[in-house]
Design a binder for this molecule. Structure first.
Ligand code: UTP
Length: 406
């Protein structure tokens, strides 16, 4: 793309200011900026200014296997899950491209030391959980790790230093997620430097297209992987490729499934898996009408009482079928340093948006999603904040309760 083409493209989207400092750049800087401009997906910005939010359809509870239901069929589920794992039909996808801004560490979140008297990174703890599963199977499963270009180098280096936590290195594959531009509250894209567009990871919803577009995507088809277990880096009790969960999903013939936990209370800040206009959907806590969030059944239980834990199993065939579907863009208000009048400014208050696609929106594109309840105290210890709720402190407490020496 040359200067005139970039100018025309930007004019079509009201973003001409990205060339304000073009004349001050050297030839290399100019070429880099033009390349960046050529790769911007302007469609991501189209929802800004529309007032945000979405119209929620008719909500109903979704079919959920309670802990008691799972217990009843545990043997059969376990055996079906182990068969699938032994046949190499299931792989894991770790979403580790986030920036973990709430935790306030510059390192990848998985490197965070959750140990007290010894070093125990979140990554290591999750691999300990994984090894409990592979102790039951005839072969290890593939693990795809999504990073972003901000933390990719540090993540790979850490894994190499820690010898892949004893997991076979040839079964661990890194791929880098796509980036999205950041912008001000009116949708004007920010420059991070005079010759560089401000970009941030595009959320955890672009994982499948990023995986397929990467150098390791071919492994999915070539290895005959039929199911992908997608999970977040920030739950230290995360059970990955859990055979019972896999078996339950297979035996119910669902397109996808989600591990869910009973909500701690009506106001808990977790997304709820339910049916929206007859289709599976996750309604975020801030979208859920208050009366529905608090509604109880005849036993006094919350009607919409199951929160998602960011542990999903997706059928690959179904994922391939929805690849061209566009996911909604979520606007995440953040402090974004940028160039203004030729100098870098770092505001005190959120001044713009990061644009994110979310994995939870993929559920809506599935025809069926089975909710599988798991024990909260055994499987859900999110590490979102430094202190308080869902923090390092609460996660440590839960690890200790589960017999992990910290
Ligand atoms: P969060 O939504 O908690 O975001 O991620 P975050 O970036 O880690 O943390 P904050 O909001 O800045 O404090 C949930 C999961 O999705 C992954 C994260 O790594 C985590 O496993 N994620 C998030 C990505 O892989 N890519 C992204 O762009 C965002």
């Amino acid at each position: 793309m040359n200067f005139d083409e970039a100018k025309e493209l930007l004019a079509g989207h009201g973003q001409q200011h990205l060339l304000n400092y073009y004349g001050e750049l050297d030839a290399k800087g100019q070429a880099e900026l033009l390349n960046q401009i050529a790769s911007i997906d302007f469609s991501l910005l189209s929802g800004i200014g529309s007032g945000g939010g979405r119209v929620i359809g008719k909500l109903e509870p979704v079919q959920t296997l309670s802990i008691a239901d799972v217990e009843q069929s545990k043997k059969q589920f376990m055996s079906a899950g182990i068969n699938a794992l032994n046949g190499g039909k299931v792989a894991a996808v770790l979403l580790a491209g986030g920036q973990g801004t709430r935790l306030g560490s510059d390192n990848p979140k998985g490197m965070y030391n959750i140990g007290v008297t010894r070093e125990l990174s979140i990554f290591e703890q999750q691999f300990e959980n994984i090894k409990q599963v592979t102790a039951l199977t005839t072969q290890p499963f593939h693990i795809f790790i999504m990073t972003s270009c901000i933390n990719d180098g540090a993540t790979r280096k850490f894994f190499a230093e820690k010898n892949y936590f004893g997991y076979p290195q040839n079964m661990v594959h890194f791929f880098v997620q796509d980036m999205a531009p950041t912008c001000d509250l009116n949708g004007k894209i920010y420059l991070e430097e005079k010759g560089r567009v401000s970009l941030s990871p595009n959320g955890n919803g672009g994982w499948y297209s990023s995986l397929l577009g990467s150098g390791v995507g071919h492994i999915v088809e070539e290895s005959g992987i039929e199911w992908l277990n997608v999970y977040s880096v920030d739950n230290v009790l995360q059970r990955i490729c859990d055979p019972v969960f896999i078996g339950a999903t297979l035996m119910h013939g669902a397109d996808c499934s989600s591990k869910v936990v009973k909500k701690a209370n009506a106001a808990e800040r977790v997304g709820v898996l339910c049916l929206e206009d007859g289709k599976p959907a996750i309604v975020e806590y801030y979208e859920m009408p208050e009366d529905l969030a608090a509604a109880t059944d005849k036993n006094g239980e919350l009607v919409f009482g199951y929160g998602v834990t960011l542990n999903y199993l997706f059928k690959v065939q179904k994922l391939n079928g929805i690849l061209t579907n566009k996911l909604p863009v979520h606007l995440s208000k953040k402090v974004i340093p940028h160039i203004e009048n030729g100098v870098t400014v770092k505001p005190d208050q959120p001044n713009g948006y990061k644009l994110e696609l979310l994995v939870l929106d993929m559920i809506k594109l599935m025809d069926s999603c089975l909710a599988v309840e798991v024990e909260r105290e055994r499987e859900f210890a999110p590490v979102k904040n430094k202190t308080g709720a869902d923090s390092v402190d609460t996660a440590r407490e839960l690890l200790i309760k589960n017999g992990v020496k910290l």
